[in-house]
Design a binder for this molecule. Structure first.
Ligand SMILES: N=CN[C@@H](CCC(=O)O)C(=O)O
Ligand SMILES: [Zn+2]
Length: 415
């Protein structure tokens, strides 16, 4: 069955068939968003088949629906390249602790934070975790997310980490969204290993990774490189262990401190280094001179009342950047990419075109999904956002807080 969209006021992120971008967009190219005005778009068997100006709209297509966009905008669905979508329970008690003045690090030190989530998750069945994750994924998709990365990291035991990754594998099989799985066993040291880091590193290397590889449970490996969590040396060791199983790193870096995570990620040829609230000249230079993408998570900075990521400095230095939600119960309980986009423009001074590119094509690159996602190109998955009637694309981040996504199509089906 085919779907023909007509009278699209602006079709954003259009590229020629087979046109490769040669890597994630950076510098001035990040601000270039190809737009076709007054366009049609034809979708068939879940893929984009053709698009062009309305005066070339195809006629005589058998068996198809026509959607008259009637002046509305279509853009590629969001590519959310950093989430912790599988978790057991929300943590609003810690939210209240934060309001009363405790810091993220102080909450973590008294057994809250990641360890709190691990305790909840280890007491839950795989089926229950799957049910909760499906609901969240559906809600994220209704807000325009068509591809997503999901991490483990709330198990911190062999059983718990495998349980999370098996849930993500099942989501991949059952969901229409494109999903990438990241193994984050190195999210925190469990209490019984607090004074025995060597023991936990060996558990990851000897008991978790071989099973993960055998069951093909992960696409990437992650480490929370941060003071009080994993040191740069420990991060490097886990990245090397992952590499033995073909897992490329995507690292939590420079969130709370100048942790050395950016330089370690670059050294380990990470696909991305994520967070980057705390950067200095050295970290920016290191990232700019690399193929590693810097993934900025403004809603996490907002929620923890941290300084926002220095997007302008990073862009001006030539770093490739993506933006993502970091959806998790502790530091970013929101899977709303529209809000991420608005914050990127309002607080990080990104232009709307830069934010859209960072949330679509560069997000796709940050998951290794760029061949079929993140832009309007013949052959790509038909993952599309149809907006409400709005005056321009800039209106999306401008009118923050209003849901301007009217309909979402994932692989040719409206959800
Ligand atoms: N910083 C480390 N991990 C998550 C938070 C996890 C949690 O607090 O549960 C993050 O990306 O912000
Ligand atoms: Zn995270």
């Amino acid at each position: 069955m085919a779907t023909l969209f007509t009278n699209i006021s602006a079709l954003a992120g259009t590229y020629d068939a087979g046109e490769g971008l040669g890597g994630p967009l950076r510098s001035d190219a990040l601000a270039t968003l190809p737009i076709m005005q007054n366009a049609f778009l034809l979708v068939e068997s879940g893929r984009i088949v053709s698009f062009g100006p309305m005066d070339l709209v195809p006629v005589g297509i058998p068996d198809h629906d026509i959607i008259d966009a009637d002046g509305r905008i279509i853009l590629p669905a969001w590519c959310d390249s950093h989430t912790h979508l599988v978790f057991g329970a929300s943590r609003e008690n810690e939210f209240i602790d934060k309001i009363k003045g405790l810091s993220y690090a102080e909450i973590a030190a008294k057994g809250g934070g990641i360890l709190n989530s691990a305790a909840r998750l280890n007491g839950m069945s795989e089926d229950e975790l799957f049910r909760l994750a499906v609901e969240r994924l559906h809600e994220a998709a209704r807000l325009g997310t068509g591809a997503i990365e999901i991490k483990s990291g709330y198990g911190l035991t062999v059983e718990g980490e495998l349980k999370m990754l098996r849930v993500i594998k099942k989501l991949k099989q059952k969901s229409a969204l494109s999903i990438k799985a990241t193994f984050l066993g190195a999210h925190a040291f469990p209490p019984e290993y607090r004074d025995n880091h060597e023991g936990y590193l060996r558990l990851i290397e000897e008991d978790m990774l071989p099973v993960i590889a055998r069951e093909q449970l992960a696409d990437y490996i992650d480490v929370f490189c941060e003071h009080g969590f994993f040191s740069p040396q420990e991060t490097e060791r886990i990245c090397l262990a992952g590499a033995r199983y073909g897992l490329r790193p995507k690292i939590h870096a420079n969130q709370l401190n100048l942790s050395g995570g950016v330089q370690t990620g670059v050294k380990m040829n990470a696909l991305s280094v994520d967070h980057l609230e705390t950067m200095d000249e050295d970290a920016i230079r290191s990232l700019a001179g690399s193929n590693t993408i810097g993934t900025l998570l403004p809603t996490a900075a907002f929620f923890l009342r941290m300084p926002f990521q220095p997007a302008r400095q990073l862009i001006d230095a030539g770093c490739a950047i993506a933006i993502a939600t970091d959806f998790n119960p502790g530091s970013s309980p929101s899977f709303n990419m529209n809000l991420v986009m608005a914050m990127s423009c309002i607080q990080m001074k990104m232009l709307p075109e830069e934010a859209i590119n960072a949330a679509t094509i560069n997000g796709a690159y940050a998951m290794g999904l760029e061949a079929e996602h993140g832009c309007i190109r013949v052959g790509n998955h038909a993952n599309l956002i149809l907006t409400h009637r709005i005056p321009s694309l800039a209106y999306l981040p401008y009118a923050f807080g209003t849901n301007l996504v009217e309909t979402v199509m994932i692989k040719g089906e409206f959800i």
